[in-house]
Design a protein around this ligand. Structure first.
Ligand SMILES: [Zn+2]
Length: 432
């Protein structure tokens, strides 16, 4: 999509062979507008702020004397404090086209979108403004050929989008560590462009459809509170896609050992060594996320657990995270779902880098994958009808999109490694 867009833009700028006709020559005159000025009226000097540069030095270098610089700074200071110029940021000087080539305007860009104009053409005045922004709605489809974890690196522009799907939209309903070959998706999203051509990232995802193990998962973006600007994703039956708990405490990991009360380990003469946790293998240093809001009740070390953290979510549920390289929270601290509470390591009794995730329900350790977990915040009854009306045309649009299998190919090998079990000994020492 992007490639097509870019090529259209560059075609426009290609110089054409012109017949010698005045009429056509007139059409060829393209006025270059930027920052609200016709750049053809000026000599345009573009540069970036260098170390040691000050507003005064820049103007002085460009033939403006000191009493005048002082005046400009005084008049502009309510709009822009010239001491806030940052090294590396671009600025533009618009200079007169006469023989003096005196600067008439200083334009500073603190970011891609905003710019500050200090105009001293006649009287001195300063203002801030935004560059025009264009939103382009796009459609992407893809099929998972093996699974997902390492692929996301190679997706370029689409990685942002893939992360948005994995982290913001489906983190609670689809386990992205366990995708299946043949799983496929469609997504309607908006890209943002500044000044028509500068790509500024994915603006939002309007709707998505994910087919996981032949089950459809619809997701529609919907604003539930326009005053607070609260946006959530709901499915085709108005159920919130967010759950009280994340599916996994680490992103793009793989489950190396499941909760299994009858696990037998050959190394120990095939004796039953129950595994009351779920092991997520990931590289050392991978952030470990709180799977739900809660209060830290333990941030400690034992010989078996290594460095670990336990979080109490409510009267019913607590979660625990073992073998951390380092902890990032203190006892009594309130954490939000998705907060980084530590990093994957191999402290304590473990055969490889992973986080052993323990899910406590009413004081007992249970299998989190077997729990029916509550949805985060259901849509209110008063909004439900409005929502169902709102999604009708968007759903039709989604359903009409054909799968283009080659557009996004995801090749990862984590499915193949799923059967490989790392020998993990963390359960051999009783937890306290
Ligand atoms: Zn474990």
């Amino acid at each position: 999509m992007l490639a097509i867009f870019v090529s259209i833009v560059s075609c426009k700028e290609e110089p054409k062979e012109e017949p010698n006709s005045e009429e056509i020559a007139l059409e060829e005159v393209v006025e270059r507008y930027e920052f609200g000025f016709n750049l053809d009226d000026f000599i345009v000097v573009r540069d970036t702020i260098k170390r040691g540069d000050t507003f005064g030095k820049i103007l002085e270098r460009n033939k403006i004397g000191y009493p005048q610089i002082y005046n400009i700074v005084e008049k502009a200071k309510d709009t822009f404090d010239i001491r806030r110029l940052q090294v590396g940021k671009p600025y533009t000087l618009l200079c007169s086209k006469d023989s003096l080539q005196q600067p008439q305007c200083f334009i500073y860009q603190p970011n891609k979108e905003d710019y500050v104009v200090i105009n001293f053409q006649d009287s001195i005045h300063a203002y801030t403004n935004k560059k025009p922004i264009k939103y382009v709605e796009k459609v992407l489809t893809g099929t998972i050929t093996s699974s997902i974890s390492q692929t996301l690196d190679s997706l370029g522009v689409s990685q942002v989008l893939a992360n948005k799907m994995a982290d913001d939209i489906y983190a609670w309903t689809i386990d992205f560590n366990r995708l299946y070959p043949g799983d496929r998706f469609k997504v309607i999203y908006t890209d943002k462009y500044i000044d028509d051509s500068i790509y500024a990232g994915v603006h939002n995802v309007k709707a998505a459809y994910f087919e996981h193990k032949n089950e459809p998962f619809y997701a529609f973006e919907f604003e539930t509170d326009s005053e607070k600007g609260i946006i959530d994703y709901f499915d085709d039956e108005a159920k919130n896609l967010r759950r009280a708990f994340l599916k996994a405490p680490v992103q793009f990991s793989r489950v190396s050992s499941r909760y299994n009360l009858r696990r037998r380990i050959a190394y120990y003469g095939n004796k039953v060594r129950p595994h009351r946790g779920t092991d997520f293998a990931a590289n050392i240093g991978t952030p470990i996320l709180a799977t739900a809001n809660g209060t830290v009740t333990k941030s400690s070390y034992t010989r078996g657990n290594g460095k670990y953290v336990k979080i109490k979510h409510n009267a019913t549920y607590s979660t625990q995270y073992l073998h951390m390289k380092n902890r990032n929270v203190k006892v009594g601290q309130f954490v939000k779902q998705g907060d980084v509470i530590g990093w994957v390591g191999m402290t304590g009794n473990t055969g490889g880098p992973h986080v052993c995730y323990r899910f406590w329900k009413n004081g007992k350790q249970v299998d989190p994958f077997k729990q029916k977990l509550p949805e985060a915040e259901p849509i209110s009854d008063s909004l439900k009808m409005e929502y169902l009306e709102f999604i009708k045309p968007i759903r039709a649009q989604l359903d009409n999109i054909k799968f283009l299998e080659d557009e996004l190919e995801i090749k990862i090998d984590s499915l193949k490694t799923l059967d490989k079990q790392i020998l993990v000994e963390d359960d051999l020492i009783t937890e306290k």
